[in-house]
Design a protein around this ligand. Structure first.
Ligand SMILES: C[S@@+](CC[C@H](N)C(=O)[O-])C[C@H]1O[C@@H](n2cnc3c(N)ncnc32)[C@H](O)[C@@H]1O
Length: 275
């Protein structure tokens, strides 16, 4: 049976675009399959990978024994409920100021993967500090990725291979459409969050946590985060008031462009887990 499967795999490898089997065995094949995966999302993703992940396979392995190495080398550093020994995935970043704030607090950011759905072109033309924040992250050792869609990230060739201690999405929002009825706006946003939870659940460690920071006024409470999490089998561990000043340098950005900071008061951080 094993020989038959191996024969079919070999046969399929001659037709890479029809190959349903994700191959991550070597850096080159990872690059190829990642490119295929992302080519209809954001082709700049592969440029960033080349820039920051010269050897992605080694990087995944590196992440694997992160805790032991970090503890052996340096004492843990904390900022609020985040620790330098947590393997962290940040999703839906705006100008990357939240990730950069954590990175500065940790000193080293080798434990972090900071991601955005947007292209570098969008970020540079909209957010004055995006470039500076991304450079700070890369200098401190974080991987920075673009074109990462929270609703399908578990299928990503590199990210899907890693289990994270913390997966964080601050102020998830699917964008505004000026003449959209309230019901449809709510449906789109709830769908974004539901699919994010579904993907994050597959990527978090058994004892890990998924954090969503969300406005806590009536309009946003109506999205019912807790119900969405429960629908995919996640349970609420804790909800805490969110204070922007806990994260120096963090600027909350709208997703549709412009460099204005939105008012995030009142907000809460909701922590979800598997059990
Ligand atoms: C209100 S903004 C918050 C940005 C940032 N997290 C912050 O706190 O400043 C919402 C963000 O969600 C991102 N977003 C929307 N749909 C997404 C998706 N499917 N996958 C990943 N990010 C998404 C947008 O690009 C935008 O940056």
């Amino acid at each position: 049976m094993g020989r038959i499967i191996s024969f079919i795999q070999k046969l399929l490898s001659f037709f890479p675009f029809f190959n349903p089997i994700k191959t991550c065995s070597s850096p080159q094949s990872e690059k190829d399959s990642s490119f295929r995966f992302h080519q209809n999302v954001d082709t700049t993703c592969i440029d960033i990978l080349e820039e920051t992940m010269q050897n992605p396979a080694a990087w995944v392995l590196n992440m694997e024994n992160l805790e032991e190495r970090q503890l052996a080398r340096a004492p843990e550093r904390w900022i609020r409920h985040y620790c330098s020994s947590h393997r962290m995935l940040l999703v839906g970043e705006g100008d990357f100021s939240f990730s950069a704030s954590l990175a500065r607090a940790f000193g080293s950011a080798t434990n972090m993967v900071a991601t955005s759905l947007n292209t570098t072109e969008f970020l540079f033309s909209n957010y004055k500090k995006a470039m500076e924040n991304m450079n700070e992250l890369k200098t401190r050792g974080s991987v920075v990725l673009h074109g990462i869609d929270a609703t399908e990230m578990a299928n990503h060739c590199y990210l899907g291979a890693i289990k994270f201690d913390r997966i964080i999405y601050n102020f998830p929002h699917a964008g505004f459409r000026s003449d959209e009825p309230v019901k449809s706006h709510k449906r789109r946003n709830r769908s974004l969050i539901l699919l994010f939870f579904k993907n994050a659940k597959e990527m978090v460690k058994d004892n890990g946590e998924i954090h969503v920071t969300h406005k806590s006024n009536r309009f946003f409470l109506d999205w019912n985060l807790q119900g969405l999490a429960a629908a995919v089998g996640l349970r609420l561990i804790q909800e805490l008031p969110f204070k922007l000043s806990d994260f120096p340098g963090y600027r909350t950005k709208y997703g549709f462009g412009g460099d204005k900071n939105f008012n995030c008061h009142p907000s809460k951080t909701y922590k979800f887990g598997l059990f």
